[in-house]
Write a protein that binds this ligand. Structure first.
Ligand code: IPD
Ligand code: CA
Ligand code: CA
Length: 264
């Protein structure tokens, strides 16, 4: 009998085949909160497949899943699922798209899986056992100069009416670092922090399913993930900040001063 981690990984590999098959095909697209907030039949089909099969291997578990069961809940065994993170990329055939699944045990992140079957990148982590890309151990970067950092961010679907304008922060940050990217998948952005490609990532208004898997992957790769007060990121926090740890203080100060400028 395979352990729960391996069984879940095998189910996510199968879900990846669904994503890959659908990627180059015609998609059936609907909108959700506004014209940019998209969902496809594939999002729904992958989510249903994951809930059915993860439920079978862990019968007393519950689900927090973007498309069908998005009410925040606490449970001893909780799967947190984003069936496609980067749906807009998926719709437009931009290959930065993935399946993101986390498993929380007694309130703590236990496993994280982020699988991009288009680029053949499967990121995994288990609490206390490190983070991996395709089975090979990964670590955050060693960059200690904020001025030389390579960062990522994203814009929530409600960005146009958000109280803090992340476009302004984006603009200010661009002039202070090597570059800032907006690639369109928060889960993969976090994994690229874990991989040492991005030195840091920030975004407002993300949901648990966007980030839970990526958080444990960053932590297990030696990085740090917090809110603006240097506390562990919680479901109720608006801003998430991930970094290689070394740059964290400087990064927080930079974001805090930008936020303060907008509030004054
Ligand atoms: C979105 C992506 C994107 C982020 C948005 C998310 P979705 O998730 O992670 O990078 O900027 O805030 O909602 O809708 O593709 O699952
Ligand atoms: Ca998402
Ligand atoms: Ca999604």
């Amino acid at each position: 009998m395979l352990d729960l981690f391996t069984q879940s990984k095998n189910i996510i590999l199968q879900a990846g085949e669904m994503l890959k098959t659908a990627f180059y095909q015609e998609k059936n697209i609907s909108t959700k909160s506004n014209q940019y907030d998209l969902v496809t039949d594939t999002d729904k089909a992958i989510e249903a497949f994951l809930i059915e099969n993860l439920g079978k291997i862990c019968p007393d578990s519950q689900f927090l899943a973007e498309e069908s069961d998005s009410v925040y809940k606490t449970a001893d065994k909780l799967w947190v699922i984003d069936p496609i993170d980067g749906t807009t990329n998926f719709v437009h055939k931009f290959p930065f798209t993935c399946i993101s699944v986390a498993f929380k045990l007694n309130g703590k992140l236990e496993y994280g899986f982020v699988y991009n079957p288009i680029m053949g990148e499967f990121f995994t982590a288990q609490r206390g056992k490190g983070a991996y890309l395709n089975g090979k151990r990964i670590y955050v970067s060693k960059e200690d100069d904020f001025g030389k950092s390579f960062l990522a961010t994203g814009f929530a679907y409600g960005f146009a009416s958000a109280k803090i304008d992340n476009i302004e922060i984006f603009r200010d940050t661009l002039s202070k670092v090597h570059a800032v990217r907006r690639a369109g998948s928060a889960a993969l952005d976090l994994c690229y922090v874990a991989l040492g490609v991005f030195d840091g990532f920030w975004e407002f208004s993300l949901k648990a399913w966007d980030v839970c898997a990526g958080i444990i992957i960053v932590q297990e790769a030696g990085g740090k993930v917090t809110n603006l007060n240097f506390e562990k990121w919680a479901f109720s926090d608006d801003l998430i900040i991930a970094s290689n740890g070394i740059l964290h203080n400087h990064f927080l100060e930079h974001l805090a001063s930008n936020i303060k400028k907008q509030m004054d």
